[in-house]
Design a protein around this ligand. Structure first.
Ligand SMILES: [Zn+2]
Length: 44
């Protein structure tokens, strides 16, 4: 599980609430809040 504000690394993360996916392209980017439901927990 990855949370908003963490730097989980390159990969695709899916919102646990609405299944919206967020893609991180590098290892220094922090995980933003879900753009759709503002959720903060994601499944790698
Ligand atoms: Zn969401």
């Amino acid at each position: 599980m990855a949370t908003t504000g963490e730097k989980p690394g390159i990969g695709v993360y899916m919102c646990l609430i609405c299944s919206q996916t967020i893609i991180l392209f590098n290892g220094v980017e922090t995980l933003p809040p879900c753009p759709k439901c503002h959720g903060s927990e994601f499944q790698p």
